[in-house]
Design a protein around this ligand. Sequence first.
Ligand SMILES: [Fe+2]
Ligand SMILES: [Fe+2]
Length: 263
Amino acid sequence: MKILFVGDIVGKGGRKAVQALVPELRREFGISFCIANAENMAGGGGMTRKCVEQMLRAEVDVLTGGDHIWDQRGFDDEIGLYPNVLRPANLNPGQPGRGWGVFKAPNGVSVAVISVLGRVFMNGFADCPFMAVDRFLQEIEGQAQVVIVDMHAEATSEKHAMGWYLDGRASAVLGTHTHVPTADQRILPQGTAVQCDVGMVGSRNSVLGRDVSAVVRRFSTGMPTRFKVVEDDIRLHGAIVTVDEAGRAVDIQAVSRDYHETP
Ligand SMILES: [Fe+2]
Ligand SMILES: [Fe+2]
């Protein structure tokens, strides 16, 4: 069984690319289940109902979150409407929404997905992601053949540590948040696929999806600057993981595809 995992969708350009490319990739590679990180899909930060529904219609089965999950006002009241939208599991338990779920793929296989935040070089109030994944695995025991972890974090060390921590206990530990894909994809000895960061669905003419001149100005002058989202020259980055019947990963390959808007 093949699972497509798509990196951080950035803004409208990112959503359009997902709408065009995910159905195409699903057919081409025979994908049974698709997960996408969507923490930046609404105007570059957060999610809205409209965007969630757009992505679900684009054949994305589960949307995961990150540190920008609450950037859009009102989404805290709406996230509960969507069982397949996950906020980071290791946020305060009083926050709305849920951090993991078990979903049925069309081929009948149960897929458990969790979204967790790292803590190294990250702002925020996340609890320990390692304890969070342990709790998750305990709770889903016996309920899912395939287990996918979205490790939303900055530090490569913390992400690799999570991969090794879960080797043999998860089908894949895939990184998001940095928006830059890494070339370290591999299968660990006990059958867990890892990639530090799968990249983003965003503009190549940008810094992490944002306007180049604004970001360069901020870094070069230190002055506060508004970062516009760039909507052109979009490339989709993700990973395709193949798992066997026991839920062990047997292959992981990076996928990237350019999106050209048809006039
Ligand atoms: Fe992001
Ligand atoms: Fe993030």
